[in-house]
Design a protein around this ligand. Structure first.
Ligand SMILES: *Cc1c(COP(=O)(O)O)cnc(C)c1O
Length: 465
């Protein structure tokens, strides 16, 4: 070892002059190139300090700076193949859109559209009209509007009808949805005062009735989206809450959460409220998410009495919560698909994934496994397993599913999972009992070839990078 190994490091100017950096000077600002060269030299200096032998010449340092620059100009948001089996995976963006909805968003994005213009009259119109028509058609409600998500729907609905007044809610329904969305906090933001009644497991109609004061504006039911209270429990049916509301001249709000528009009960997925049922039970307002069981873009939907919807739309917060043109276009297209419930279950990706028969998934997985078997060093099996719906929906319904369990020679299961996660395309799998599990339920058919390619690269003995 020489006396001063740091002297062996080239200067910034010398690295900048390396031919390996010539393309970088073309496509990146000078300051960015210099910054990455300095960063690469700093990393080397740190390694020297740690006692590592110096292993890089000018060109290697230049190439390292180059790949950092390239990485910087790639978007951080990337497509992910969802092989977890969790259909409504909030971290993976919940519902993938139907092609028609995706195309509608794409066309809206890249050009102009009649967002707030009635083409027949040439006059200004409401951006809500197209989705209002769609929502009324699929839920039977007399009024409807849409905002950015269900949390926003709750805030604006409560603010418009109950600010400065009390809203009665059962203690058994004070949910936290995840990402710190708590019903009591959301209510506080709206300016409505929460009046809790009952206990965690038991709330009776008489509890609601006793809590009513001259300052009560509404009774609210919140769907226990991501948990179930079991055992000795009692909650009040929406119909009974509506009857109580009528008796005392109070509004009834139903926060349905996932909210099925197409009935999934025949497919073994019971337990989520049907939006049309809440409407016909007489709820004045029903709130639900657009990107859960509707299978559309992220948004919050409010359906119910027309006069209340008007009040909500006149609230100044509407300007802050309103949907953008791409979401509106995707939502309208999704709602058009829902006009035929049978077709929606078959064609809307979220619903198709949730209702794929086990036998069909098994056939598909077994024929995919034939391809995977060809990858050198791979051991695999196909077996039945269980998955959950996710996205705070159907928490106690496990969906029978089929998985492909995989291990690769020389790689631990977490190494293989990490390679899949950081590859291109990124693949999210499950890791369980020493294997990586792939569930094809949420892998779109057009992604199978890409998935096979990603598996081949990840299982190769040496990582390509
Ligand atoms: C999911 C959910 C929400 C929040 O919906 P976002 O669209 O994610 O804001 C609110 N309430 C209930 C009951 C839910 O299930």
């Amino acid at each position: 070892m020489s006396d001063n190994p740091f002297r062996a490091l080239p200067s910034v100017a010398k690295v900048l002059a390396s031919p390996a950096l010539a393309p970088a000077h073309e496509s990146h600002p000078a300051a960015a190139v210099t910054a990455q060269v300095r960063a690469a030299l700093d990393r080397l200096r740190d390694r020297l300090k740690a006692g590592e032998p110096l292993s890089a010449d000018v060109d290697t340092i230049a190439r390292e700076a180059m790949s950092a620059l390239d990485a910087q100009s790639r978007p951080l948001l990337r497509s992910v193949i969802n092989a977890t089996g969790i259909v409504l995976h909030t971290n993976l963006g919940r519902s993938p859109l139907h092609e028609e909805a995706a195309r509608a968003a794409y066309e809206a994005a890249r050009g102009y559209l009649n967002l707030e213009l009635d083409l027949a009259t040439g006059k200004r119109s409401s951006r809500q009209s197209p989705v209002r028509a769609g929502l009324k058609a699929v839920t039977g409600a007399e009024g409807a509007t849409a905002v950015n998500n269900c949390a926003a729907a709750t805030v604006i609905a409560l603010r418009a009808i109950a600010a400065g007044k009390e809203v009665v809610v059962s203690r058994g329904q004070l949910v936290e949805i995840g990402g710190s969305f708590r019903i009591p906090d959301v209510m506080a933001v709206s300016g409505a005062a929460l009046r809790e009644v009952g206990t965690t497991n038991i709330t009776r109609l008489s509890d609601y009735e006793r809590a009513i004061t001259p300052n009560t504006a509404a009774l609210m039911r919140v769907h226990c989206s991501n948990y179930r209270v079991r055992g000795y429990t009692k909650s009040v049916e929406l119909e009974d809450l509506v009857a109580l509301g009528r008796k005392h001249n109070l509004l009834v709000i139903d926060d349905a959460g996932s909210g099925q528009v197409a009935d999934l009960t025949p497919f073994g997925l019971p337990g989520e409220p049907l939006i049309s049922a809440s409407v016909s039970a007489g709820a004045d307002l029903v709130l639900f998410s657009g990107d859960k069981l509707l299978g559309g873009p992220q948004c919050g939907l409010i359906v119910g009495k027309a006069d209340l919807i008007q009040r909500i739309e006149k609230d100044p917060l509407m300007r802050a919560f309103r949907l953008d043109k791409m979401t509106l276009a995707a939502l309208e297209a999704t709602l058009l698909l829902h006009r035929d419930a049978k077709k929606a279950v078959r064609d809307v990706p979220t619903l198709r994934m949730l209702t794929t028969p086990l036998a069909e998934l098994k056939r598909r997985t077994e024929s995919f496994a034939e391809w995977v078997r060809e990858i050198p060093g791979v051991t695999l099996g196909v077996w039945e397993d269980e998955a959950f719906v996710g996205g705070g929906s159907l928490p106690d319904v496990s969906v029978p599913t089929v998985v492909l369990g995989l291990s690769a020679a020389g790689l631990s299961e977490s190494e293989l999972a990490a390679r899949l996660r950081t590859g291109t395309p990124a693949v999210m799998a499950r890791v369980q009992d020493g294997r990586v599990l792939l569930d094809l339920r949420c892998v779109l058919e057009r992604q199978e070839a890409e998935l096979l390619g990603a598996l081949t690269i990840a299982c190769a003995e040496h990582s390509p990078s």
